[in-house]
Design a protein around this ligand. Structure first.
Ligand code: FES
Length: 240
């Protein structure tokens, strides 16, 4: 009679596989469990990061004089970041963690241009064509300092001050002079020179810096913050 075939897996092997499986299962379970419990797992290092709300210089009067009507120019602004840790031990060890640190900054690219009349905004395919002369105030070329309040307001009122971050998912946009449009390379969002929506997936126009002022010497300053209004404009930018 043929000999019964021997089982290739011994009892020891079987137990070994079982233990290995249990360990693997436990390891795979940790991330989802930690995710579910994360609200109740406490860390004593929690704190917050805020962008400084002070005025930051963007462009000098020389820059504004050189700004060609119909062509936006990009400027870099560094906003200091304020970081605060809630843990007392960290606060004592690193007293500077309670203050704004000048070497911690977030860099923004800001598009500046003179406002220009364009085709109707907000319609897919409306195009970014400029319909008339961009409105650069004459006073910009007449003086280099000593601007009065009304001259400063006039200059400020004619400036587009736009975030470089696309209003769809935050990719950096670029200006295409031959098309007279900002184009987002990620999904094809289009905007006109004033930041108005022209086409593609963005739900709104480009973000404007709402707090801006021109000083007596013609220098342009801004604070961190955008035009976010109820309704269509309520979406927060994806990039701080
Ligand atoms: Fe610009 Fe999507 S991120 S179109």
């Amino acid at each position: 009679m043929a000999e019964l075939q021997k089982d290739p897996i011994t009892r020891g092997d079987f137990l070994g596989f079982g233990i290995l499986g249990a360990i693997s299962g436990a390891i795979l379970t940790i991330p989802p469990v930690a995710f579910v419990l994360s609200p109740v797992i406490k860390t004593n290092v929690l704190g917050q990061t805020d962008i400084d709300q002070g005025w930051q210089r963007v462009a000098t009067i020389k820059d504004l004089k050189e700004l060609k009507p119909g062509t936006p120019d990009v400027f870099e602004v560094e906003f200091p970041i304020e970081q605060v840790y809630s843990d007392k031990e960290i606060q004592e060890k690193f007293p500077d963690s309670q203050k704004s640190q000048s070497d911690f900054t977030v860099r923004h690219a800001v598009w500046i241009s003179w406002k220009a009349p364009v085709k109707q905004q907000g319609t897919q395919g409306s195009g970014g064509d400029i319909l008339g002369e961009p409105e650069k105030p004459a006073i910009v070329d007449q003086k280099s300092s000593g601007f009065t309040q009304s001259e400063r307001d006039e200059i400020r009122g004619q400036l587009n001050i736009l975030s470089n971050s696309c209003a769809h998912l935050g990719c950096p946009v670029r200006w295409f002079p031959d098309k007279h449009e900002f184009l987002c390379p990620c999904h094809g969002g289009l905007y006109d020179i004033n930041g108005g929506y022209v086409g593609g997936p963005p739900p709104r126009g480009m973000y404007n810096y709402t707090q801006a002022e021109v000083r007596e010497d013609g220098t342009l300053y801004i604070k961190h913050g955008y035009d976010i209004e109820p309704g269509l404009n309520k979406q927060q930018p994806y990039v701080v």
